[in-house]
Design a binder for this molecule. Structure first.
Ligand SMILES: CC(C)(COP(=O)(O)OP(=O)(O)OC[C@H]1O[C@@H](n2cnc3c(N)ncnc32)[C@H](O)[C@@H]1OP(=O)(O)O)[C@@H](O)C(=O)NCCC(=O)NCCS
Length: 184
């Protein structure tokens, strides 16, 4: 990477109306494990299975932290101001001038508008950065909450991709997904 290229597209800490987004730390493992990573209902439409122990969560965080800085990919844990307890995560993977978003939230926090707030903020900041022309996300067609989040955050449904992704909790066969996109 040349000197002039940024080491990250977006700030390490982002404040939204109700939340503080910050980089994950290995010490977040117990909160993340307890609050969502072990919950099969949370991981139903994700690309990973529920974690079996906090050790698995810690290993995930360690590998996520080790990759930091080697790509433009970024991830943040969701916390409330003054509390600093991780109860969700949002991240993106960069592909040239596009980026794919992923997100997850503790079940206890569902339905409060948190992820709409976060996805709106992250996608808006990414598009304001000029490098990124397109932010996209996929979701299982039955994942109504995720589709609503994307619609409320200004994404448009781009299409239904057939037999696109294997969801480990749903079996070995690939499922169709909806792809949503937000552009400037
Ligand atoms: C998807 C997820 C992040 C949503 O987070 P959230 O903070 O609860 O979302 P919000 O509160 O901002 O918005 C959810 C919207 O979905 C709607 N919704 C939720 N469940 C629904 C259902 N079964 N049927 C219809 N609408 C539903 C809510 O009513 C709300 O829409 P509204 O504001 O128009 O009423 C959260 O449910 C989650 O973590 N799920 C498990 C992980 C996951 O699926 N991640 C996304 C992978 S693509």
């Amino acid at each position: 990477m040349s000197e002039s290229q940024p080491s990250s597209l977006l700030p390490e800490v982002i404040t939204t109306a109700r939340l503080v987004l910050r980089p994950s730390r290995p010490e977040d493992a117990p909160d993340i494990y307890e609050k969502y990573a072990r919950d099969a209902e949370v991981t139903r439409y994700l690309l990973w299975r529920p974690h079996q122990s906090v050790v698995e969560t810690q290993a995930f965080l360690v590998s996520q932290i080790a990759r930091r800085g080697s790509t433009l990919d970024q991830a943040w844990v969701l916390t409330r101001p003054g509390e600093d307890i991780a109860f969700g995560m949002v991240g993106f993977e960069v592909f040239d001038q596009a980026t794919e978003l992923g997100y997850v939230l503790s079940r206890a926090e569902w339905g409060k508008g948190y992820m709409t707030e976060v996805v709106s903020a992250i996608s808006g900041l990414a598009l304001a950065n000029q490098v990124i022309q397109r932010v996209w996300a996929i979701c299982h067609p039955e994942n109504v909450a995720s589709a609503r989040v994307l619609e409320k955050a200004g994404f448009n449904l781009e299409g239904r991709l057939e037999k696109y992704e294997v969801f480990p909790s749903l079996g070995p066969d690939p499922h169709d997904v909806y792809r949503y996109v937000r552009t400037n």
